[in-house]
Design a protein around this ligand. Structure first.
Ligand SMILES: NC(=O)c1ccc[n+]([C@@H]2O[C@H](COP(=O)([O-])OP(=O)(O)OC[C@H]3O[C@@H](n4cnc5c(N)ncnc54)[C@H](OP(=O)(O)O)[C@@H]3O)[C@@H](O)[C@H]2O)c1
Ligand SMILES: [Zn+2]
Length: 380
């Protein structure tokens, strides 16, 4: 069967979001899709676009988007803006503002909630509004809720269809999904490295390895996480701010420092700038302990920004869920490798990246992927 991928690169099927550098392999065979399936995907994509507006702002809730479609046209849109605010589908129905006609279809990226939280359950809102037809992207992964929303809607006589762009809808909330299932944050390892795998840069030249486009991209990434963690040596060497800059409406993440010695300059920006109350220091605590504690503080997504010592420990302990490595066209040599640590004792124990993507950002190459262990499949 001939594969017709929706992406421009036909050898690698992917869904690409340049804003968050996300590429998800989807292998959609558009040849065999019916017109109905194509239409459903088109509207679910519009709902996803809505959901992404809330990415990084809704934590510890998932990002959710919805569109209401009538006679093949979107007549209302909505997304979850922040925890405590209306959920995506409720906002969408509110924006429509009147009883929903029987022929309308509601597209929502995540299974509607069915329990009362800070807002009333969306299943109630959907039933009350008169919706007769619902299309769902991803199923709620929380075992306490999973499938319950669908059942409630079906019991109310509503037609429910699931699985439309399910992978993309689920990946959008990959951090939330991990946190809710494991009570540990989703860990993204990020660094800007030279082509020879070094983080070293001369003091007073913090912007040395990657270029402006890549740094801007990294700020968008920061805007989507709840906390950024570095080792004490990075604080001593770089005096970083670890804030989100140049991104509209962004929340400032927690700034987290690991130290054994406790030797941290009081004048460091992390302790003296306007976000000082947003800095946490963990002294002589294991990474495992730190992750557990951060999760308790509702950190669903943690960005490990280095340096090499901390990144290496996280790799050794297999704590990294995703990498965002920005590789600059520069050779520096020097002592600070991107991931120090013990390293693997055999090739088959190395982390193999699944769903890997390569994105060019100016002069910088961004490589993202999901480390998998014990699954080496490199071809000869
Ligand atoms: N290019 C990039 O993206 C990037 C990003 C970050 C950093 N860097 C560079 O990386 C260099 C620093 O990296 P590095 O590898 O030398 O050091 P690092 O990882 O930043 O910090 C190491 C220090 O963190 C503390 N630490 C590490 N693991 C710990 C644990 N499990 N528990 C408690 N404390 C722990 C210790 O602090 P104490 O010594 O206080 O005990 C240790 O000496 C700097 O040159 C910086 O410019 C580059
Ligand atoms: Zn809801």
């Amino acid at each position: 069967m001939r594969q017709n991928y929706t992406a421009s690169d036909r050898s690698v099927p992917f869904y690409s979001d340049p804003k968050i550098g996300l590429r998800i392999h989807t292998a959609i065979d558009t040849d065999t899709m019916t017109q109905f399936e194509k239409t459903d995907q088109r509207f679910m994509r519009a709902a996803l676009k809505e959901a992404k507006k809330g990415l990084g702002l809704t934590s510890p809730n998932p990002a959710v988007g919805a569109v209401l479609v009538l006679r093949n046209r979107i007549v209302a849109r909505g997304h979850h803006r922040q925890a405590g605010g209306p959920h995506g589908e409720t906002e969408c129905l509110g924006n429509f503002g009147r009883r929903v006609p029987e022929t309308a279809k509601l597209y929502v990226t995540l299974e509607p909630c069915s329990t009362t939280g800070r807002t009333s359950p969306c299943t109630n809102e959907i039933i009350k509004a008169g919706v007769r037809d619902v299309v769902i992207g991803a199923i709620d992964v929380n075992p306490r809720h999973s499938g319950r929303g669908i059942l409630l809607l079906r019991n109310a006589g509503i037609k429910v269809q699931t699985g439309v762009l399910a992978d993309e809808c689920a990946t959008l909330n990959e951090a939330f999904n991990k946190w809710i299932l494991t009570r540990r944050p989703f860990v993204i390892a990020k660094c800007g490295m030279s082509l020879d795998g070094r983080l070293t840069r001369p003091s007073n030249e913090p912007r040395w390895i990657t270029d402006r486009v890549a740094r801007r991209h990294a700020h968008v990434l920061r805007a989507q996480v709840d906390a950024i963690l570095v080792g004490a040596e990075t604080v001593r060497a770089d005096n970083p701010q670890l804030t989100v800059r140049g991104v509209n409406k962004a929340r400032q993440p927690w700034r987290v420092v690991l130290t054994r010695s406790g030797n941290l300059p009081r004048s460091a920006r992390l302790f003296s700038d306007r976000w000082a109350a947003h800095t946490l220091v963990y002294k002589r605590k294991s990474l495992g302990h730190v992750l557990k504690d951060l999760a308790r503080r509702k950190v669903t997504c943690l960005l490990l920004e280095g340096g090499g010592d901390v990144l290496g420990q996280a790799l050794d302990a297999r704590l990294i869920d995703k990498v965002h490595f920005y590789v600059g066209p520069i050779l520096t040599g020097g002592p600070v490798v991107a991931c120090a640590g013990r390293g693997v004792n055999a090739t088959h124990n190395a982390a193999h990246l699944a769903r890997v993507s390569y994105t060019r950002l100016g002069q910088t190459l961004l490589v993202t992927g999901y480390p998998e262990f014990g699954k080496i499949t490199l071809r000869e």
